[in-house]
Design a protein around this ligand. Sequence first.
Ligand code: SF4
Ligand SMILES: [Zn+2]
Ligand SMILES: [Zn+2]
Length: 340
Amino acid sequence: MTAGCAYSKLFGLEKGVVKGDKCLKCGSKAEILLPYGPQKFCEKHFLELIEHRFKKTIRAYSLVKKGDKIAVGYSGGKDSTLALLLLKKFFSETNPITAILIDEGIPGYRNEALKVAKKNCKAWKIPFKEFSLKKEFGFTMKQIAALLEKHPELNLGSPCTFCGTLRRSILNRAARQLKADSLATGHNLDDETQSILMNVCDNDWRRFPRSGAKTGLIERKGFVQRIKPLCEIPEREVFYYIQFAGLESYTGECCPFSEEAKRNDYRALLNQLEEKYPGTKYSLWQFYNRLKPKLAESELAAKLRVKINKCKKCGEPSAGEKCEACAKIEMLKKLGKAKR
Ligand code: SF4
Ligand SMILES: [Zn+2]
Ligand SMILES: [Zn+2]
């Protein structure tokens, strides 16, 4: 998971406007071009557009019901900062909101991002709960990455695979403990379309339903429903909302363990296509959303409807005796003891 680091490496940040361009809404100086429109907006009307799209997404996919308790996975990065801010702005009067902060134990990166996260939570009067990988599982990501590096011959996967599994487990447990009806994350349109395309190209039907405004095809006991209220907002526009609104989010170093080479290739590919054929990302997203309800009626949904047990170790929902997180931790403990 990135936390809004090194934006310029991720995508073109040109505002796309030239001298004399006018805002479509009010005729004042335009500050940003949205090429797929194509439309140009001043700062004020751009912010309004993003907020309108956020609310439209929530309505279109029924992401929030009045009174629902919402937990928000908050890293301090630009995406989760925007998700948290907009949920607070439009729903905090009717819906209790709590932020969940997870320290993966990545010095110089997550600790810095979490400082921003706590500062924003305090300023916005949003209650937050802090968790750490070390406390929950006995390892920091720094220790895990060192163990994986020591044993390349075992081919156990990247640090991100471990980090993602362990963090998902903590988020779900924390959201359940909070009795949250949903768990919101900051995934934007770019994140979603990258995952969709990657899963298609990998023929990964099991992960394919994880994309979408609501994760999964069916409700599964013990899993708090994940929602992604920024799923129709491109990453570039999240960045400019944060800039124009003068919000603070983490912009420091990227995670030193990031091994997202494959995702970066898909990011670059989709950005190239978007530049040449504006609207490509949104078209792919819409295609996916037309397909997903059909998947819910398919053989795949039946396959996913396996009996869910409780993990014998941690009590989290699991298809087998042990959940994926506990299985990974057990393996790390064995590795920790092994001599090279
Ligand atoms: S290890 Fe990977 S998933 Fe975890 S914070 Fe770093 S980049 Fe994100
Ligand atoms: Zn305007
Ligand atoms: Zn477990």
